[in-house]
Ligand binder design. Structure first.
Ligand SMILES: NC(=O)c1ccc[n+]([C@@H]2O[C@H](COP(=O)([O-])OP(=O)(O)OC[C@H]3O[C@@H](n4cnc5c(N)ncnc54)[C@H](O)[C@@H]3O)[C@@H](O)[C@H]2O)c1
Length: 256
């Protein structure tokens, strides 16, 4: 068991998705209570007992949605930790072809949503005055460049910047802030990108999938459980001196 997660209340956003769901499972196995937030939480409600999980259906691009995450934690006595993980990939396209609608969609959830959630959570933690921990999910795309995913990459660069600035503000208040940068992880999102990146680059889905799977030194996609294990460790008391850090987890996919 990881130190310091038992009895803690952890917010997980994007909880119905691949990495978010794996994080909920891992945190529950470590003895935490979870506030699980996503656009649709019906499946989560069926899967989890109400005693240790509060499921919240919310759109995190709104301040009301972000506030609902905090309110939902009240029955557990407030939030100790937050994994701000919700995100979207949009449709890959070259910059010259990118639509304004697609741009707004990606920035709305990845940047505005991450900001609004972080703001609601940090206000709550400062008021509670018990310290805490916040972990964002950005991406290796937030550290490097790729053709056809400029908007996603730009949005994830913004998440890395947000996390580092927040870390510089609240470390002295006992709130640890870090950012996770996964490489390619076997979830719905990566399969959507295989299709749209394959189309935008003209090589097609199969060739793109092969290139993405084998474009790291381990030669495979990571699993959501592998990412969740690192997330739980960073949030736990096993990592008390990790603050303002950017954790890349990409099987040797280089962030340059
Ligand atoms: N899968 C990968 O290869 C990969 C790599 C690097 C980073 N990431 C990042 O990891 C995070 C999780 O992605 P995933 O792979 O599990 O994808 P996913 O699509 O399975 O999960 C994302 C979840 O976010 C939720 N979400 C989207 N918009 C929302 C909104 N407005 N309000 C509330 N919830 C919303 C979705 O409903 C979904 O359940 C994302 O931030 C993604 O950018 C993924």
């Amino acid at each position: 068991m990881l130190k310091g997660l038992q009895g803690k209340t952890v917010l997980v956003t994007g909880a119905a998705g691949g990495i978010g769901r794996a994080a909920c499972d891992r945190l529950l196995a470590e003895g935490a209570r979870v506030v699980a937030v996503d656009l649709n939480v019906e499946e989560l409600r069926r899967a989890y007992g109400h005693d240790v999980v509060e499921c919240v259906a919310a759109d995190l691009t709104t301040a009301a949605g972000a506030a609902a995450c905090v309110t939902a934690a009240e029955r557990f006595g407030g939030l100790d930790l937050a994994f701000l993980n919700a995100g979207v990939e949009g449709v890959a396209a070259n910059v010259a072809d990118f639509s304004e609608k697609n741009f707004d969609h990606v920035f709305n959830i990845n940047v505005r949503g991450s900001f609004l959630c972080a703001q609601a959570v940090v206000r709550h933690m400062l008021q509670r005055a018990k310290g805490g921990g916040i972990l964002f999910t950005a991406s290796i795309a937030g550290l490097k460049c790729n053709p056809t995913t400029a908007v996603y990459n730009a949005s994830k660069h913004a998440v890395v910047g947000l996390a580092k600035c927040l870390a510089s503000e609240v470390g002295a208040k006992g709130i640890r802030v870090n950012v996770l940068c996964p490489g390619v992880v076997d979830t719905r999102m990566i399969h959507s990108l295989e299709v749209s990146m394959g189309a935008a680059s003209g090589v097609g889905t199969d060739t793109m999938q092969q290139a993405m799977r084998t474009g790291n030194a381990l030669g495979r996609y990571g699993t959501a459980e592998e990412i969740a294990a690192i997330a739980a460790w960073i949030l736990s008391d096993e990592a008390p001196y990790c603050h303002g850090e950017t954790f890349t987890i990409g099987g040797g996919l280089m962030a340059s």
